[in-house]
Design a protein around this ligand. Structure first.
Ligand code: ATR
Length: 277
């Protein structure tokens, strides 16, 4: 039986087992996927004993993404640039690390807003953490010419923009409203608007009506940002799809088939999110 898992510290709230177990069942694969709480001091041992534990790979979440990047072989430029790994698999006995957050973001965006195009105009990204980095890198790879990054801590925005200069530029946090002018896309990668976090304070008046608004927060599914954007007619894309789409490449590596993100899977995860709120 093929086994995979997700590691993190803490790991209790991960939905990855729900997603992968659904796909295993759907494809009739005799496999298993669970979650393992691995503290930072246990990471090296975990990676070293994966083969002995009969694991074909794992997903990696907070706080291990950077440490795993340092510990395994990385073969793709996108992950190399990000410096963070969320998916690990074996190739000829060697552990390979990759990052599927960017592709998950892009697939969710293009599925949810088919009319969005990379050449339609600048993108505005709120936040400068790990998620923002994956989003900015992916938008650049898909051909967006200008990305405006606004973050409460200006220094973090500058570090991020410098990584992707000259296409990424910073916008002061207190000028985020006006900077929405002529944007074709707004992405919130901060934790603002999430259940239990403060609301995201941003006025959308300057945002063109055709611009797509994407929130990577998925609890609640319809954030205040998305409902305000939808009310003024902007196409909106919720964050759940990113979580589902980033999981698919790992599943394909470990178990074979490329799984589909279905409405049934979305409903399953939504019900689980609601039950544990
Ligand atoms: P991740 O790696 O998941 O993106 P993170 O690194 O903790 O998570 O980033 C969270 C983002 O939310 C950051 O951009 C953070 O801004 P700072 O860099 O200034 O910390 C942003 N954020 C969190 N709480 C915020 C708040 N109350 N106001 C504004 N931004 C906030």
């Amino acid at each position: 039986m093929k086994r995979a898992c997700v590691i993190g510290w803490p790991i209790k709230h991960s939905r990855s087992p729900l997603i992968h177990t659904y796909w295993l069942k759907q494809h009739g694969i005799d496999g298993h996927y669970d979650k393992r709480a691995v503290p930072p001091e246990g990471l090296e041992d975990f990676l070293g004993s994966m083969a002995d534990d009969d694991l074909v790979g794992c997903n990696v979440t907070v706080p291990h993404k950077e440490a795993v990047f340092e510990a395994v072989r990385v073969e793709d430029e996108f992950t190399e640039r990000l410096g963070a790994v969320n998916t690990v698999y074996f190739k000829d006995g060697t552990l390979i690390g990759t990052n599927t957050d960017g592709i998950g973001f892009l697939q969710n965006l293009t599925n949810g807003s088919p009319d969005w195009s990379a050449t339609a105009g600048p993108a505005m990204v709120l936040g400068a953490g790990g998620a923002a980095r994956a989003v900015v890198a992916m938008l650049l790879s898909s051909g967006v010419a200008e990305i405006r990054v606004a973050n409460r801590t200006r220094e973090r925005a500058e570090i991020l923009a410098d990584m992707f200069t000259p296409h990424a530029v910073t916008v002061p946090w207190d000028r985020r409203d006006a900077a929405l002018e002529d944007c074709a896309l707004l992405v919130n990668t901060t934790s603002l608007g999430m259940t239990g976090s403060p609301p995201l304070d941003i006025a959308l008046d300057c945002l063109p009506a055709a611009a797509t608004v994407n929130d990577i927060v998925y609890a609640p599914l319809m954030t205040d940002l998305l409902s305000r954007a939808a009310a003024r007619g902007n196409p909106v894309v919720d964050g759940l799809g990113m979580l589902l789409h980033q999981a698919a490449p790992g599943f394909a590596r470990w178990f074979g088939p490329t799984p589909k993100v279905t409405q049934e899977l979305r409903d399953l995860v939504v019900r689980d999110l609601e039950a544990t709120r």
